[in-house]
Design a binder for this molecule. Structure first.
Ligand code: ATP
Ligand code: MG
Length: 410
């Protein structure tokens, strides 16, 4: 029960109807419920149920009551949710609705001058029609807040009265959800996660299509610092708020880089390294049962992302390679990075690993036989194996039981 008010506050989540038709509805809903419970488990005790494509979230104790705001914010990040409503549950009785409505809407209506009432009457047995409910509710609000007027076309605030199977639900305004599909309904993917702006955005875009992420980051100490590594861990932690738990592998690529620098032609260095990273990402993808590898590459953005360069990197990938940013401008990518709260972390200054290794004149039209010839100059398989054997697995994002971030060897 709300401390100040005399009604039960609950959260309703609305799912995308169109999407539900195209997918196996039960799997979709069960995955969404499981994701919702996972996120709420960190906040408090809530009862979660689903009825007619609407998720009902009820605080089950006073502590959870006090954390409804936090729960609402967390629910806005859950992929698969289109609308989030913080609502008051009320008996299905017009007199009760009229009594509660001004109290429920008081805060939201205090700063506006116009409103309208939107009625959803899914219980067709309710004695009043939708227009009758709207007229009655509108009248009550006009009486309670004389500064208001009704504007059906461009109201500053919309008040919702929903007559559902078990109760009526009243709220002013509703919040947009993250949209997309529930994480876990689209298989698993191995994200190549650098500390830059692009790869976290690529991860979010695939998670939004339902892909559960594992990730790999290649570090190269002492050329990269502990701070650079921390930046990647912070990015993964931020991403886990939307993408769920992320199994992140951190692989030391320094010995491999040194071997490449010693043996191979400089102009191809970046691409040779990219191909080595891709091979390791594919191996980890297999271990993690990932159907795809995901990168943050965008056509033409840098020398290693020309069409021929992308082609020679794809060549060594033995599974589906997804590059969700391929046709996006940097400005568009930055917009998503800001919206998903990774931009600030990605732009933290730190020593870039590759400055020591970046070729002065990178080859932008690489030929795959030349790359293969360069690779033949060193026995790279044992280097890849050693790097993967030393990989550290860090599980980012807490479990449903609220455990802290776990850590174990890969
Ligand atoms: P980002 O902003 O994601 O770092 P970028 O524009 O800097 O991308 P590159 O450095 O060429 O581009 O990297 C292209 C892609 O290769 C990255 O988006 C990422 O998927 C992958 N990648 C690059 N460096 C690493 C790394 N150290 N560890 C894991 N993946 C990497
Ligand atoms: Mg980068």
């Amino acid at each position: 029960m709300n401390r100040r008010m005399k009604y039960k506050e609950i959260i309703l989540l609305k799912l995308g109807e169109i999407v539900l038709k195209g997918l196996n509805r039960t799997n979709f809903e069960q995955q969404l419920l499981s994701n919702v419970r996972f996120r709420l488990s960190r906040i408090g005790n809530f009862h979660v149920s689903i009825l007619q494509s609407t998720v009902y979230i009820r605080p089950t104790d006073a502590e959870a009551d006090a954390r409804v705001t936090e729960a609402v914010e967390a629910m806005r990040l859950v992929y698969g949710v289109v609308v989030v409503c913080r609502t008051a549950e009320c008996p299905k009785d017009m007199a009760e609705i009229s009594r509660l409505l001004p109290e429920v809407c008081a805060d939201a209506l205090s700063g506006v001058s116009s409103f309208k009432v939107h009625v959803r009457r899914s219980d067709k047995k309710f004695p009043l029609t939708s227009p009758e409910i709207a007229a009655e509710a509108g009248g009550v609000l006009l009486e309670a807040f004389p500064h208001l007027s009704v504007d059906l076309d461009h109201p500053e605030m919309t008040v919702y009265v929903e007559i559902r199977d078990h109760a009526a639900y009243l709220h002013a305004g509703q919040l947009p959800g993250a949209g997309g599909l529930p994480v876990g309904t689209g298989g698993r993917g191995m994200l190549m996660l650098s500390g830059g702006i692009d790869s976290p955005v690529a991860g979010h875009m695939m998670a939004k299509r339902g892909v559960l992420l594992s990730a790999v980051h290649f570090e190269s100490p002492p050329y990269t610092s502990e701070r650079a590594r921390q930046k990647v861990l912070d990015l993964a932690a931020q991403m886990s708020l939307r993408c769920g738990r992320i199994r992140l592998y951190v692989v030391n690529a320094a010995p491999l880089m040194e071997a490449l620098r010693g043996a191979c032609q400089e102009d191809l260095f970046t691409l040779l390294l990219r191909r080595m990273m891709m091979r390791m990402a594919c191996e980890l993808a297999m271990r993690e049962d990932c159907g795809c590898v995901i990168t943050g590459e965008s056509l033409g953005q840098v020398a290693s992302q020309t069409m021929p360069s992308l082609a020679v990197t794809s060549e060594v990938c033995d599974r589906l390679l997804l590059r969700p940013l391929i046709g996006m401008d940097k400005e568009e990518i930055i917009r998503v990075a800001r919206a998903t709260d990774t931009f600030e972390i990605s732009t933290r200054p730190f020593e870039d690993c590759c400055t020591v290794f970046t070729p002065k004149h990178p080859n932008t039209k690489p030929k795959s036989d030349r790359l293969a010839a360069e690779e033949a100059k060193l026995d790279f398989e044992p280097l890849l194996r050693a790097a993967l054997d030393g990989a550290e697995l860090i599980v980012v994002g807490s479990s449903p039981r609220g455990e802290a971030e776990g850590r174990d060897r890969a």
